[in-house]
Design a binder for this molecule. Structure first.
Ligand code: ZN
Length: 224
């Protein structure tokens, strides 16, 4: 458990959010954007050229655009539980292939966040449901770094470190995909990065695991 006392009154109030309210909010959004630029939607409708692919967690508190102060059209986004890059995930691979080979993004960023429920669940033994099979991938990350993680006695700190290691491993997975390897072999300008977002402060931490070529790949992962 967290050291903080978590009650309903200490979390963000969403009781005012209704289904009808979402549509009313959409009207407000359209009005606001058109007031700023009458051609705003015409330009967006003409196409997209986002320079970034974001692979983040599905958590509602980590929306790519808001936390980077960017707008529609500026970030191509894929989100799943615990920001995973799983090599058999056709959904992720399709997004990655389209982003790298069609949109020609310059950056792919795996973005985790401290306090990630998926990562914390993977650290425990409680059966949750279907999701256990997805989170099973994170247990492999734990196994790889078990010595380091088991040495951390504070549970929150251990969870935070597993969040970071999960990002680091998924950045490696990204670099191991045929999509990224081929882009680098062909001299494409493409960088992969790993970030962690702190819910408590709103700040992003760059884990400094960026890579822009195949040099860091272990031999067994190299595709000729
Ligand atoms: Zn999460």
């Amino acid at each position: 458990m967290s050291s903080k006392n978590i009650t309903d009154s200490t979390i963000h109030d969403t009781s005012h959010i209704t289904y009808e309210g979402l549509l009313a909010g959409n009207q407000t959004f359209v009005d606001k954007m058109l007031a700023q630029d009458p051609e705003y939607f015409d330009k967006l409708a003409n196409g997209q050229k986002p320079p970034v692919l974001w692979i983040g967690c599905a958590d509602s508190r980590v929306p790519a655009n808001q936390i980077t102060n960017t707008a529609p059209g500026e970030i191509f986004v894929h989100r799943n539980i615990a920001n995973m890059v799983v090599h058999t995930d056709m959904n992720m691979l399709s997004v990655l292939d389209y982003a790298v080979n069609v949109l020609k993004v310059k950056h792919v960023i795996v973005v985790g966040h401290y306090g990630c429920g998926g990562v914390l669940a993977a650290m425990g033994n409680k059966q949750v449901g279907i999701i256990d099979n997805w989170l099973r991938n994170i247990k492999d990350v734990y196994r790889l770094y078990a010595a380091e993680l088991d040495a951390i006695t504070d549970e929150k700190q251990r969870g935070d470190r597993l969040v970071e290691l999960n990002v680091i491993e998924n950045v490696s997975h990204l670099a191991q995909t045929s999509i990224v390897q081929n882009a680098w072999t062909n001299g494409q300008d493409l960088q992969v990065h790993g970030w962690v977002y702190a819910l408590e402060t709103g700040y992003i931490k760059d884990l400094k695991v960026s890579s822009s070529n195949n040099d860091g790949l272990k031999d067994v992962f190299k595709i000729a």
